[in-house]
Ligand binder design. Structure first.
Ligand SMILES: [Fe+2]
Length: 254
């Protein structure tokens, strides 16, 4: 049996390769809401006209969330129940995800996930971690923590977790060998996205945990085009696995 890790599948879950006896740890962001490299792809691209998508992204890139929300609201006006419409598409994505996972899996949720839907549609071979879970395999202690703290450009996505609550989950984690989360620790080289040209934010709580307990590895995703994909903090090697959709690779942990 091997244990594989991947993050930010964003709809590309059919490319996950493992044998039936293996184990998968997935680190969040499963829906294909929008492909920033191809604005014609993704759930939002299927729902909104291209000019609206471009307009909203321009406002976000200009750090003008008010205008971005305004554009979104204007466009959303043509859909009587946009939130539920998006949910229906995400639900279809999850149904497909759970039908195509090649082996037993543990999943945390990322900012673009709908935690309740993940729980609702999970298959018997998958476990959705609602907050934190610590387990051991092959002599290694592994911690998985769900969600991500709101960043400076946060849009109030369903998988975001209030910073105080997130910090309380981190505070409940014992020392482990391997830490898995959706977002990175608050280190600018790891949180800065060179494609979006902005700091997406990271977790101070995770950074404190790393300093205090010095896990061997910290695996995460979330930042699709990071300034640094890997860094060493103290004795902990931090590795960004995002984004599987754009670069389908998995790490074999055991
Ligand atoms: Fe993502």
């Amino acid at each position: 049996m091997s244990v594989f890790l991947a993050s930010d599948t964003h709809g590309a879950h059919r490319k996950l390769q493992a044998s039936q006896n293996d184990f998968l740890l997935l680190l969040g962001d499963y829906p294909d809401l929008l492909d920033y490299f191809d604005l014609t792809q993704g759930i939002l691209a299927r729902l909104f006209p291209q000019d609206v998508i471009v307009d909203v992204l321009n406002h976000i890139n200009n750090k003008d969330r008010v205008k971005a929300r305004e554009s979104m609201r204007k466009a959303a006006g043509s859909f009587p129940d946009l939130f539920n419409l998006v949910k229906t598409h995400v639900q279809q994505c999850y149904t497909d995800l759970f039908a195509s996972l090649p082996c037993k899996s543990k999943l945390i949720f990322g900012n673009t996930d709908f935690p309740e839907l993940l729980q609702k549609y999970a298959s018997p071979d998958t476990e959705i971690i609602g907050q934190i879970q610590v387990f051991a395999t092959d002599g290694l202690r592994i911690a998985m923590i769900s969600g991500v703290e709101p960043g400076p450009h946060s849009f109030g996505m369903p998988g975001e977790v209030d910073s105080k609550i997130y910090a309380s989950w981190v505070a409940d984690l014992p020392p482990v060998d391997i830490l898995c989360s959706h977002g990175p620790p608050a280190v600018i080289d790891l949180t800065y996205d060179v494609s979006a040209e902005r700091d997406e934010g990271g977790s101070e709580a995770l950074l404190e945990y790393i300093h205090k307990f010095r896990p061997r590895y910290h695996f995460y995703g979330h930042i699709h085009q990071p300034k640094k994909r890997q860094a060493v903090i103290g004795s902990t090697v931090c590795i960004n696995l995002a984004c599987f959709r754009d670069r389908p690779w998995m790490v074999r942990m055991i």
